[in-house]
Ligand binder design. Structure first.
Ligand SMILES: Cc1cc2nc3c(=O)[nH]c(=O)nc-3n(C[C@H](O)[C@H](O)[C@H](O)COP(=O)(O)OP(=O)(O)OC[C@H]3O[C@@H](n4cnc5c(N)ncnc54)[C@H](O)[C@@H]3O)c2cc1C
Length: 446
């Protein structure tokens, strides 16, 4: 385990090293980059930067598409603060260092027979980064990752530690706080007994999927679908939770490689590149892809089923809508694409989550459906995303904090009932805006 005795490593003292995010939408030379090796080192790094008037930002895996992790001042890299700090077997709770990557967690939990209740599409993110932006998976009865947080320790501008336990009135603000309230040092998660997921993935007529949507979403633990633009088909994924002792039928390694590495990544990368050069190829290629993907059943431990590898680089916008408005928003989106000249190679992804109590959660106070649109990173997403955003806003949408959108604090305030309360907590915990950056100036105000 990292994070016990290390010394803070100064990686780039004078703006010499460049940092960029996964989606290649942010590129910056921070004034300084440090990688603390312990929580006391992290406290010292924050306190000394803040005392000298430098802004401070911790980054995770850089998997946000927005500038939320942009760190013009001191960039804190938490790759040396990873691992398990403790397990409360009776409660099924685990304490993790903030820089722990999601893909490391299953191995840390396995000896204790535990698992995270739900996950998103990939597992490259850090736990602190994932909860801070409201990362979610799918499942009408399940909240996003921040709802799994039952405790958290935050480093404040003076280097002091603020520890919040379950039931603390500030936890719903801090567990999903955009990196705006301090640097998270450790997180306590409520886990569940390890479980197996039975996965059914199919290629189906879109009309059939839409017709039985409510029953499928409510009747399946984790349901989602991908619609291939310019086609009338969708790839559906329906995952059912089984006890950890249930027999597993993992995908054979070759089959998984063909589906995920070859078809979903290598061939898809080539077709995206071809679509950029020759947009007319996109509709026929989508029709083939819509039939090829899907059509497999397997059962495996939950992390192997929830998450996949994504190596084709893209940009994404995702909006959270009141779940009952999904059909009308989706229909408007279909019409928009049909009437446009765009050739969209990436499928539109539709997912669900239960309403929750996190003040800045995209699912705050309402059962939610998510619509996500993507564009290959070599294509300009602006026209497509702007038009889709208009549809989503007209349906009461709230943008994912880590994915592209154009809203500012004035617009967001209208969409979050606890926005003002969050601002009051921010004024109290970070009055000097040590943890601000240009993105936070825009979405929260200065
Ligand atoms: C390929 C891909 C797939 C994705 N799939 C999904 C998905 O299925 N569902 C979904 O909801 N999202 C998804 N996302 C979005 C992603 O989960 C979020 O943007 C997430 O925040 C990224 O985590 P990260 O560790 O990379 O954090 P970063 O992007 O590095 O940082 C995000 C925020 O967290 C803050 N932060 C990081 N560490 C700390 C800390 N220790 N203390 C305080 N603040 C901190 C940063 O300052 C920043 O504000 C996906 C993104 C990509 C690129």
């Amino acid at each position: 385990m990292n994070g016990r005795n290390g010394r803070s490593r100064i990686i780039a003292p004078a703006g010499r090293t460049e940092w960029q995010n996964w989606g290649r939408t942010v590129r910056i030379r921070p004034e300084r980059i440090e990688a603390p090796g312990s929580i006391p080192e992290l406290q010292r790094a924050v306190a000394s930067a803040a005392a000298s008037g430098q802004r401070v930002k911790a980054v995770g895996a850089g998997h946000s598409f927005t500038g939320i992790a942009e760190a013009p001042g001191l960039l804190l890299e938490l790759g040396r603060l990873q691992g398990l700090l403790g397990v409360d077997a009776e409660r099924g709770q685990v304490r993790l260092l903030a820089g722990t990557r999601l893909h490391q967690i299953p191995e840390l939990l396995a000896p204790h027979g535990l698992a995270m209740p739900n996950l998103g599409d990939i597992d490259r993110q850090s736990i602190a980064g994932a909860i801070s932006t409201g990362t979610h998976g799918t499942g009408a009865a399940f909240g996003g990752l921040s709802t799994q947080v039952v405790g958290l320790t935050l480093v404040q501008p003076d280097g002091g530690l603020l520890t919040l336990d379950a039931g603390d009135p500030l936890l719903p603000a801090v567990a999903l706080s955009l990196g705006a309230l301090g640097v998270i040092a450790e997180v306590t998660l409520q886990c569940v007994p390890a479980f197996v997921l039975r996965a059914e993935e199919r290629s189906e007529p879109l009309a059939d999927v839409l017709e039985a949507l409510t029953e499928r979403v409510k009747g399946t633990d984790h349901f989602e679908f991908y619609w291939f633009p310019h086609t009338d088909r969708a790839a559906t994924k329906a995952n059912t939770r089984l006890p950890g002792t249930a027999p597993r039928k993992p995908l054979p390694a070759l089959g998984r490689w063909v589906d995920e590495s070859l078809l979903s990544n290598t061939v898809f990368r080539a077709t995206c590149a071809a679509g950029t050069l020759a947009p007319a190829t996109v509709p026929p290629v989508n029709r083939i892809a819509a039939r090829l993907l899907g059509g497999r059943e397997y059962a495996d431990f939950s992390p192997h089923v929830f998450t996949q590898r994504r190596t084709v680089r893209f940009r994404e916008m995702e909006y959270a809508l009141p779940a009952d408005l999904l059909p009308s928003a989706f229909e408007a989106l279909q019409q928009l694409i049909q009437e446009s000249r765009w050739r969209i190679s990436f499928p539109v992804e539709v997912r669900w989550a239960a309403g929750d109590d996190r003040w800045l959660s995209t699912a705050h106070g309402r059962d939610t459906a998510y619509i996500a649109v993507h564009r290959y990173y070599r294509e300009d997403p602006a026209e497509y995303f702007d038009a889709v955003e208009e549809v989503m806003l007209a349906h009461g949408g709230r943008p994912h904090w880590g994915k592209m959108h154009s809203l500012d604090a004035a617009a967001l305030e209208q969409r979050y009932p606890r926005f003002g309360d969050f601002q009051a907590v921010r004024d109290r915990l970070d009055p000097e805006r040590v943890f601000a950056n240009p993105y936070l100036d825009r979405v929260l105000g200065k």
